[in-house]
Ligand binder design. Sequence first.
Ligand code: FAD
Length: 465
Amino acid sequence: MLDEAMRFFDDHGALTQPGDQERYATDWSRDLTGTAKVVVRPRTSADVAAIVRHCAQQGLPVVPQGGHTGLVGGATPSKDGTEVVISLERLNRVREIDPLNFTMTVEAGCVLEAVQAAAASADCLFPLKIGAQGSCQIGGNIASNAGGVNVVRYGMMRDLILGLEVVMPDGQVWNGLKKLRKNNTGYDLKQLFLGSEGTLGIVTAACLKLFPKPTQIETAFLAVASPTHAVTLFGRARRDLADLLSAFEILPRHGIELSLAAVPGQRDPLATASPYYVLMEASASGLVDVRALVERFLEGAIEEDLITDGTLAATSAQSAAFWQIREGIIEAQAQHGRHLRTDVSIPISRVARFLDDTHAALARTEPNAVSLAYGHLGDGNIHFNVLPPAGLDEADRVAMLYRCEATIFAEVDAAEGSISAEHGIGSVKRRAFLARTPAMDIDLMRRIKSAIDPGGTMSPRRIFE
Ligand SMILES: Cc1cc2nc3c(=O)[nH]c(=O)nc-3n(C[C@H](O)[C@H](O)[C@H](O)COP(=O)(O)OP(=O)(O)OC[C@H]3O[C@@H](n4cnc5c(N)ncnc54)[C@H](O)[C@@H]3O)c2cc1C
């Protein structure tokens, strides 16, 4: 019976050998690895539907996978070798760009960077911008409700989707591929799949919202004395810049130093060191003078002692270099081996206190660990990460990182925040999520899951036990 089940997959680009499966079985961070029963790579929505129907009939669990850059283990197969990984990488066509409607319809396996380029070729902007954009896919962005650096202006993936096509757990195809901005006909079903992490169905195509491509982009790298100064500066930026602020990141000095050391060829943008920095961007199309707005904002910020130094990018290459320093922090962390990555959300007005309290708590409990907090201050999303000291064996390292995570999450709870801002729950955050989520929320989520996937074959043990 099972041989017959496996023969079916041969027609869908099946990979069964461990060597061929490696990048599908091990996640981006290389912290998580599993074994797939088989990896299949369908080319069309109809093929995805046929595979899912077949798996449902055979009782085989399936796990959809995009670029495998998710950081919570949602797309990594389990270790027991029972799960069928369905890679969407060959569903990568741009089906339509409609510049008058400011929409584009793409298949789930399109790489985010390719989607951005296709939008730009029609003089439009698809604004999702994240560090993994060269490898992550639209389907993965939808399933994890990705955020990134432009959320302050354009919202998360949930805000960028008008319609979806989804293969349901029984193999039926739900066609919700609408191009409408207003559609109040019953429940908004597409929202169920946004952020569902592959547990309710497989997204095969999406209609994305586009925006006018900015003709002016101003990027500033600013020195600030403290997180409190950064938060006050943010409020001023939103008001002074006519709501044209598109990114507002906070970076600590230590993060800049790690990035400069890890990625060769980078230069410190400012001559003197500062405890913290803000990397911000304002952009617009049309007749508004963004440069003048930013210069006036910076004059006001200097007068109010909110910034101590700063520079505006003179060219797009310089702007890219500023962003490279920010992304280099992720690279630098990866070079340190196993470390703690968190992705927490705090009300913006409480971020400064949260940072101070959490640094103090970690200094008390784990004085040898290095804490490194940076991220999307403009939407309250901080990556509070910890690098363990060198020389610990693996078991001690992991135990220390668990303790640090518990300390950070306790501070998140005290600040009425969330333990996952944009990465989701997957398998890695499941216990922490279940421990602090009200019983009624879990009950409602479980009822949705069992109504849509009564056989429980879609990404089992992700989000829930
Ligand atoms: C360097 C780096 C920087 C990052 N920066 C950010 C950031 O700024 N903001 C942010 O939000 N995230 C960020 N991430 C994490 C982020 O979630 C992913 O990069 C991205 O959204 C996941 O896309 P993917 O195609 O790689 O999905 P995968 O990792 O393949 O999958 C992620 C989840 O979605 C499910 N899934 C995948 N495809 C489908 C589909 N077609 N249908 C249904 N379910 C599916 C999987 O089963 C899994 O649960 C970053 C990751 C890295 C490595």
